[in-house]
Ligand binder design. Structure first.
Ligand code: CMC
Length: 427
């Protein structure tokens, strides 16, 4: 199978076929418009492979997710988040020497310039952490004008490390600002997640012991979010970068894309929804009925996925982890029981079965974040920390692909045909 034949009217055109490593087949339409003047129409890009990518493989029918060939089930618990970040960025698991150097480089960059504090002071104290983070990441570019050249491999590498290192400081500063508490500086003797927890939850006046259960669980959760091929935020990062915008601006755009409730914002909405169910007396069926009602815009948050049509392997890992973490932390959250009940009822309902709607990564993650002490409006920001290595890896892949062209979709115009201008006094 090396070509496809397209028949339009009485014309027949043959188009090349591309086959991926795992047998995925695509019809290559790159020359379609040039040869025929015809374009394809594909709402939400549901049938369009924009990239030939080597970062992540995902099979939604079989529930498979692999980073650079490594199954998520093997990697989530066994590697640290910086190890997974290295894998995403450079394509291979690091040797211990490479890992040590990478961790050292990241630690070296965790500090954020003091001037950045003024940026936070410009926000209202109740600003949403995702908006603050996107602005802060965007602002980072102004501090490193000599490292913005999108064709300079060395500059990109240092920008990537700066981003991964400073992301946790920026998130923690946004949180502290919202509480009117002093910003905490990074402590580079701590590992990445512990350093983040320290900046989030410590005070200058009191010591703070990072709980190893929390830091390990956070590492696992970040690993589960590290990349997810061409999702909305990653496609945004690639699209913005295709204009040769710098890495900081591209990632800031990705953060905005992630903030929406249909994407990363869902993890916050799940907890809001579970809370509503509990406050309303625990009537799970009522919410299922609402989600099925076509006259009601409500959707069961944390359910459904564009690609997964069987199960989301990340959700399976998180579900089993949620009980463990709550037990280890000695917390008993009725939300976990309500979530399990909701899942059970939904999975046995014809509406959800017919549409192949299963719990996604966001369904159980919020319950763990909550048990760890994170406020609800910070959940999506945690998703952003996790997704960062994927955004950078995909941006680099796009940037160094010699076939990359600026992202510029076509359209089919369906508005008014040409008409004559009428001056205002005659309208
Ligand atoms: N609750 C109720 N109905 C749903 C849901 C839901 N959560 N998700 C999809 N449907 C229905 C939808 O109404 C449609 O029904 P019909 O065929 O009768 O019109 C059908 O299922 C297909 O839905 P779709 O909107 O065409 O599917 P999509 O691939 O465009 O959207 C989605 C995928 C994730 C945006 C959607 O399932 C959704 O809105 N889920 C809730 C939000 C959520 O949990 N988002 C997190 C996604 S996973 C993490 C991430 O990548 O960000």
């Amino acid at each position: 199978m090396d070509e496809a034949v397209l028949k339009i009217g009485d014309r027949e055109i043959s188009l090349p076929v591309i086959v991926g490593t795992e047998g995925e087949v695509a019809i290559d339409t790159n020359k379609l418009r040039g040869q025929t003047g015809i374009v394809t129409h594909d709402k939400g890009f549901a049938n369009t492979a924009e990239a030939l990518s080597s970062v992540t493989f995902l099979d939604g029918e079989k529930g498979i997710l692999r980073y650079r060939g490594y199954p998520i089930e093997q990697i989530a618990d066994s590697a640290s988040f910086l190890e997974v970040s290295y894998l995403c960025l450079y394509g291979e698991l690091p040797t211990s020497a490479q890992y040590e150097e990478f961790v050292d480089d990241i630690n070296h960059h965790t500090l954020v310039r003091e001037d950045m504090k003024h940026l936070y002071e410009a926000f209202p104290t109740d600003a949403h952490p995702m908006q603050m983070l996107a602005s802060a990441v965007s602002a980072l570019a102004t501090f490193y004008p000599d490292a913005l050249d999108p064709t300079d491999e060395k500059a990109i590498d240092i920008s990537a490390k700066r981003l991964i290192a400073k992301m946790i400081t920026l998130v923690a500063w946004g949180y502290k600002y919202g509480l009117s508490q002093p910003f905490q500086y990074p402590r580079n003797d701590l590992d990445y997640t512990s350093n983040f927890l320290h900046m989030m939850f410590s005070y200058p006046t009191e010591g703070y012991q990072v709980d190893p259960v929390i830091s390990k669980a956070l590492d696992v959760l970040l690993n589960l979010h590290a990349d997810h091929e061409q999702n909305c935020s990653t496609s945004t990062v690639r699209m913005v970068g295709s204009s040769q915008a710098n890495l900081f601006s591209s990632v800031a755009s990705g953060i905005h894309a992630l903030s929406g409730p249909l994407h990363g914002g869902a993890n916050q909405q799940v907890v809001v929804m579970l809370d509503e169910i509990i406050k309303g007396g625990g009537d799970v069926e009522q919410f299922i009925a609402k989600a099925k009602d076509k006259d009601d815009p409500f959707r069961l948050m944390g359910f459904g996925h564009r690609v997964y049509k069987n199960f989301d392997p990340r959700a399976r890992i998180i579900k089993s982890y949620a009980g463990d973490v709550l037990d280890k932390l000695g917390k008993d959250d009725p939300m976990l029981d309500v979530a399990k009940q909701l899942e059970e009822v939904a999975l046995s309902d014809e509406y959800f079965a017919e549409r192949k709607l299963y719990p996604n990564v966001d369904f159980y993650s919020g319950i763990i974040y909550k048990a760890m002490g994170f406020p609800v409006d910070l959940f999506t920001v945690l998703f952003a920390i996790g997704r960062l290595p994927g955004w950078i890896a995909q941006w680099k892949e796009m940037r160094f692909d010699p076939t990359t062209r600026i992202g510029r979709p076509r359209q089919i115009y369906v508005g008014e045909a040409e008409r004559k201008f009428i001056s205002m006094d005659q309208r």
